[in-house]
Write a protein that binds this ligand. Structure first.
Ligand code: HEM
Length: 204
């Protein structure tokens, strides 16, 4: 029998898909800017810079909205990795993703209204949203207003560490997005988790 629970409020779903669209836009234009060369052009350089600046500014506002809405609604608690035994639960979940799911085994930690994420999701979502994304957003903001960057850090130009941190944190988010979309196919059916993110209803 299929059981349905209403899991995700509208604001969270709107945040998720706007965030996804902005991250994809920033990824494509960011790659175009970072690997700019006269021979290979993904998006023309000056256009890529303009789109990247606009999408980046929108992401700053969207991130601020998410942090506030997540705090006010109490949804932040879902994102907190909860010991004890979190690593053991992550390992069980990894085994399920690697082979359990292909053998038709039941989900080790089924979704409930109280615990939307399994341990691996809580850990990765917390890390990406609350540890990595703020670094990308903050370093991006410094790039938009370089007058606020220190002129020198550890004997090098002050913008160099900002650039390295921006690049590494953004690469981390893009790698996450690839794994995230793949793991998004591991619901009851290949499309059911994507449907949940659109309708808010979870089926299991
Ligand atoms: C086109 C790109 C994307 C697609 C197709 C996609 C798809 C999905 C799917 C199917 C889920 C439900 C699976 C689950 O409960 O874990 C989900 C949840 C989630 N995604 Fe994405 N995603 C995308 C991009 C992103 C990006 C770029 C981020 C963050 C940087 C992100 C963060 C999240 C978070 C935090 C959740 C959990 C939301 C909640 O249930 O409260 N997603 N996504």
């Amino acid at each position: 029998m299929t059981e349905r629970i209403y899991l995700l409020p509208l604001w969270l779903r709107l945040w998720h898909w706007t965030n996804a669209a902005l991250i994809i836009t920033l990824g494509i234009t960011g790659i175009s800017i970072h690997f700019a060369s006269p021979s290979t052009v993904l998006v023309e350089f000056s256009l890529a810079v303009r789109i990247h600046s606009i999408a980046g500014t929108l992401l700053v506002a969207l991130y601020a909205f998410f942090v506030v809405a997540n705090a006010i609604s109490g949804n932040w608690w879902q994102f907190v990795p909860k010991p004890p035994g979190i690593l053991a639960r992550c390992w069980v979940q990894i085994q399920y993703y690697c082979w359990g799911v292909f053998k038709g085994e039941p989900e080790p930690f089924p979704v409930t209204k109280e615990a939307n994420f399994n341990a691996l999701q809580a850990l990765t979502y917390w890390f990406i949203i609350y540890m990595v994304l703020p670094v990308t957003v903050l370093t991006g903001l410094i790039f938009l207003y370089p007058q606020f960057a220190p002129s020198r850090i550890f004997g090098v130009d002050g913008l160099l560490p900002v650039a390295v941190l921006h690049y590494l944190s953004a690469a981390c988010i893009l790698l996450f997005a690839v794994a995230h979309i793949y793991l998004g196919t591991m619901g009851k059916t290949v499309t059911s988790l994507f449907k949940t993110m659109i309708t808010g209803w979870h089926e299991h």
